[in-house]
Design a protein around this ligand. Structure first.
Ligand code: ADP
Ligand code: MG
Length: 222
């Protein structure tokens, strides 16, 4: 089986003041290549914490996380950075485009950071998603929906196997949420597995699997 993420008995606690807050408790999870998975759960249930652990943004946890068969605990910082840059794209609720660069340059940024900037590839991505008109605009010149679409393309720049999206439509109206969801579906059909936290019902209805996180535990809904 083609599992790109495999999680066994994952637990995570935060220290808040003098208290220890248990956020994730004994979670088991996997994602197969090509899947579109939606993660639901109330605010504060640990959804972002979970995504950040999978996305290598946080490495304090107990249990085991494997990405592409590699146990994270055994990787050096530079191996993790390389794994992340090459295999994982992240989209957040609030856009994180760099204001002083054009949309095209923002999309090319992960490639530039990896030392292989490729403006033609970034332009190709914009064309494939019908967004070439945005190429030379700056983030402040485009709408919230367009920014989020550009952020998705930036996450796809390195052609990652896994796209992680944390409430990517949370800040958008219904119309723009649908457009962004369509982009994520398209990214999925082009080959990226998608792991998405959302409250969007349409996203849940079109997912291959829907999971629900609450009380530190993960349960399958669909
Ligand atoms: N850096 C942190 N330090 C302490 N507590 C945190 C931190 N990040 C999140 N938490 C706590 O962990 C819980 C889960 O947060 P989070 O993963 O952001 O939930 P969700 O994304 O489901 O809303 C919350 O109670 C939150 O207050
Ligand atoms: Mg969150």
């Amino acid at each position: 089986m083609d599992k790109i993420v495999e999680i066994t008995d994952l637990s995570k606690a935060y220290v808040q003041g003098h208290e220890q807050v248990q956020v994730l408790e004994g979670i088991n999870f996997f994602a197969r290549k090509g899947e579109f998975i939606v993660l639901l759960g109330p605010s504060g249930s640990g959804k972002s914490t979970f995504l950040n652990l999978i996305g290598l943004l946080d490495d304090s946890y107990s249990g085991e996380i494997r990405l592409y068969g590699r146990k994270l605990e055994l990787l050096s910082e530079s191996e993790k950075a390389a794994l992340r840059l090459k295999n994982i794209g992240f989209v957040f609720q609030f856009d994180s485009l760099l204001p002083e660069f054009t949309v095209l340059e923002n999309i090319d940024m992960p490639l530039r950071i990896a030392g292989r900037g490729d403006i033609p590839r970034a332009l190709g991505l914009l064309r494939r998603f019908g967004l070439e008109a945005l190429a030379h605009k700056f983030p402040m010149e485009i709408s919230g929906g367009e920014k989020q679409r550009a952020a998705i393309l930036r996450a796809l720049a390195n052609n990652p196997g896994l796209l992680i999206a944390d409430e990517p439509t949370g800040n958008l109206d219904k119309h723009n949420a649908k457009i962004v969801l369509d982009d994520l579906k398209k990214a999925n059909s082009l080959g990226a597995s998608v792991l998405m936290v959302t409250h969007n019902e349409e996203a849940a209805s079109c997912a291959d699997r829907v999971l629900h996180l609450s009380g530190g535990r993960l349960e399958a809904v669909k």
